[in-house]
Design a protein around this ligand. Structure first.
Ligand SMILES: Nc1ncnc2c1ncn2[C@@H]1O[C@H](COP(=O)(O)OP(=O)(O)OP(=O)(O)O)[C@@H](O)[C@H]1O
Length: 691
């Protein structure tokens, strides 16, 4: 060790010791608060004499708040203190995952989302915002293990400065299959997007790996902090492209201490359906198109599959009969009134009675209309007929009936071409709902409407009366108490928005009629064929509020070598692609391997094994679905290897990626999807192509 480096090490140790003192004080205080909150929670539960409804409510709120505080404290425990600002005003502020004061109300820790913490992320040497030194503190448990400084005021000679590279350390960490928060290293352009106003629509664009997803998630945490009542009360919906992706991001928010956000993938937004199945691109393009609205509106009004074709009923010795054609005419008449089908059952019953009355009148003397309607309309056989002729329809019952080519052709006439109709019929016949079916189910739900509620329906549930506030607000997951069709969100965050079809935008629009929006995406990574139709649907969903636009320009995921390789390929086909700057160089170029087709599998195995020995974290193998079937068995046992399809790989990242048969990926999807695949690796990328 040179004398210089010895001196640096001792400065570092001294600074670590200084920070350790503060961190100890913070954790001691946290323990005190935790014990206090736990006692309050216990005291609340013991308050059993709360028999008056008002007192019960108070007790519930009390217990809820205390329990929530304990949970918050527990969620923030790891890495609680991560930053420090030394400012011109001689003040030192420590920044952390939550705000804390000591017993005499002196601030110990500033919540990273507080306005006073913003300079931690926004100060630069040219615009210091009063900051002299910014320090990132790294802890393991309650132990400070390192500090990294940025000296923003070069004239300040009396402050110790230690090392650099907190960001680099974060970027080179191994990837585990779970996204991590970036509170300690949020960059200025990201911070601006995170702290944008909640109302209106915040649109965040940027190329691969620029932090769009992670920024959107931190924005959720920021919004909750900025107006907890509003966002916790009405909730924040976070929508991502796939179930795999939702699992990848789901832990980021709890680590930020937020439980008011509901995470749903696009395949989970209809009650009772959770699908990961995908249609082919051609089928998805038809199902996603706005033309489906007309088709579905017609489908909802077709004669139900099991509807009886004849009604015959005896009244005062006379047989009254309605035949198929007449019944169909009556159905059309009822629909012509413009009611939603499920709200029109009474109207349908009335139409039947009027038709029967017309028959009965010439046959039976002294008929009184009101008496006729009451007697016939109250009969069990009439009501049973009505139930079958005008059943309450569920979207999940209707969509599969469109596998019948004649029904589908009737609904699709003048809307879809014959080949499109054939494509759809085949897909509806598989008996499985796909991700592109979910917005169709949601649209149908809207078209069909709900039957008018009986005035007693609230009492029937009982559960709502019996559960305590705590049950409803705390012990149940936020997601559970806001079902997939909940439509009162205060804010909706849409990730990978470039891929949303018009029908998917409509589905989201229904859930956020009063919401603010955060939309993140990158057009160059789009897999949707008609962006203009989608943009119009997006505008309709977002409404007229103000737009705040942000652009992220630095790629934090890929090594420069990997990203440059991907950028060169995409630029050839998509000259206007939004290409960010990759900041981290590893000196390791992507590897291209060509093998004879029969040896492909063996080569993939060999390369994966080699990659496993070179990286500590995950290895992603990306291949088309056909190739995936061939490869599945080879990696079933290896936890660090994840096999995904090109579309599923959206938004994900791995230490190493093995791209199997890139040309087939581009051929089966598009170059834009190919670009997604080439930008998933943080350290190593191996491309294996059959010759
Ligand atoms: N300021 C930061 N500090 C540390 N890591 C960061 C920062 N910004 C982004 N990252 C990391 O960079 C990686 C890419 O981020 P993210 O997945 O959010 O990018 P993206 O723009 O959504 O990418 P894509 O569009 O390619 O899916 C993640 O590992 C993320 O944690």
């Amino acid at each position: 060790m040179t004398r210089n480096s010895t001196r640096q090490a001792s400065v570092r140790d001294a600074e670590i010791a200084v920070e350790q003192q503060h961190v100890d004080v913070v954790y001691d205080r946290l323990e005190e608060l935790r014990a206090f909150a736990e006692n309050r929670e216990k005291a609340g539960y013991e308050h059993r004499s709360a028999t008056v409804p008002g007192a019960q409510f108070e007790r519930d709120v009390f217990v809820y708040n205390a329990a929530k505080r304990v949970a918050d404290i527990d969620a923030q425990h790891e890495g609680l203190v991560f930053g420090r600002l030394d400012s011109d005003d001689d003040k030192t502020r420590h920044i952390g995952r939550l705000g804390l004061r000591d017993a005499s109300y002196k601030p110990l820790l500033l919540d990273w989302r507080a306005p006073a913490a913003a300079p931690f992320y926004q100060a630069t040497p040219t615009d210091r915002k009063g900051v002299i030194r910014r320090r990132v503190i790294r802890c393991s448990g309650q132990q400070v293990i390192d500090v990294t400084d940025d000296l923003l005021d070069n004239d300040a000679t009396d402050v110790a400065v230690v090392g650099d590279g907190a960001l680099m350390a974060a970027l080179t960490r191994k990837r585990t299959g779970q996204m991590r928060d970036i509170v300690a290293t949020i960059q200025a352009e990201q911070d601006a997007a995170i702290r944008a106003p909640g109302r209106g629509a915040t649109v965040i664009t940027g190329g691969p790996g620029t932090g769009k997803t992670v920024v959107a998630l931190h924005r959720a945490a920021y919004l909750l902090y900025s107006d907890r009542r509003r966002y916790e009360g009405a909730g924040i919906l976070i929508v991502g492209p796939s179930a795999v992706f939702m699992r990848y991001i789901e832990r980021v928010l709890p680590s930020l201490g937020e439980d008011a956000a509901a995470l749903f993938s696009l395949g989970e937004l209809f009650p009772g359906v959770e699908t990961t199945a995908r249609d082919t691109a051609a089928v998805a393009a038809v199902k996603g198109s706005g033309r489906m609205r007309k088709l579905l509106a017609r489908a909802a009004r077709l004669r139900p599959v099991d509807a009886p074709r004849q009604l015959s009923i005896v009244y005062k010795g006379e047989v009254l009969r309605l035949e198929a054609e007449e019944l169909d005419g009556l159905r059309r008449q009822v629909h012509a009134k413009g009611l939603k089908p499920n709200a029109a059952k009474t109207e349908a019953g009335r139409a039947l009675l009027v038709a029967l009355w017309r028959q009965a009148k010439p046959l039976i003397d002294n008929l009184v209309p009101a008496e006729f309607s009451r007697e016939l309309g109250g009969r069990n056989e009439f009501l049973a007929f009505l139930d079958r002729w005008w059943p309450l329809l569920k979207p999940t019952d209707i969509l599969p009936t469109l596998a019948d080519r004649r029904r589908l052709a009737t609904a699709a006439s003048g809307v879809l071409s014959r080949s499109e109709t054939n494509l759809l019929a085949t897909s509806f016949g598989t008996g499985e709902f796909t991700i592109s079916d979910v917005p169709l189910l949601d649209e149908l739900d809207q078209i069909l409407g709900r039957p008018p509620k009986s005035p007693h329906s609230n009492r029937e549930s009982g559960v709502a009366e019996l559960s305590t506030i705590q049950d409803r607000m705390f012990t149940r997951a936020a997601r559970a108490h806001r079902g997939p069709d909940y439509d009162g969100y205060a804010h909706i965050i849409v990730d990978e928005a470039q891929d949303l079809s018009p029908m998917q935008w409509r589905m989201l629009g229904r859930r956020g009629q009063l919401a603010g929006w955060t939309i993140v995406g990158d057009a160059a990574q789009s897999s949707w064929p008609d962006p203009s139709e989608s943009r119009a649907a997006e505008r309709a969903a977002l409404g007229r509020g103000p737009r705040h636009r942000f652009h992220l320009s630095t790629n934090y995921r890929n090594s420069a070598e990997i990203f440059d390789y991907a950028a060169e390929i995409v630029r050839r086909e998509v000259p206007n692609a939004d290409i960010p700057q990759a900041v981290r160089s590893t000196g390791i170029e992507p590897k291209e391997v060509s093998v004879a087709a029969p040896d492909l599998l063996a080569e993939v195995s060999r390369q994966v094994t080699e990659a496993l020995s070179q990286v500590e974290g995950t290895v992603g193998v990306v291949a088309t679905p056909q190739r995936q079937t061939e490869l599945a068995a080879a990696f079933a046992e290896e936890e660090r290897v994840l096999l995904v399809g090109p579309l599923e790989s959206k938004g994900l990242e791995y230490d190493a990626v093995v791209v199997v048969d890139f040309d087939a990926i581009v051929r089966d999807y598009t170059i834009r999807v190919g670009y997604v695949v080439l930008t998933r690796a943080t350290q190593l990328m191996i491309r294996i192509d059959p010759t």
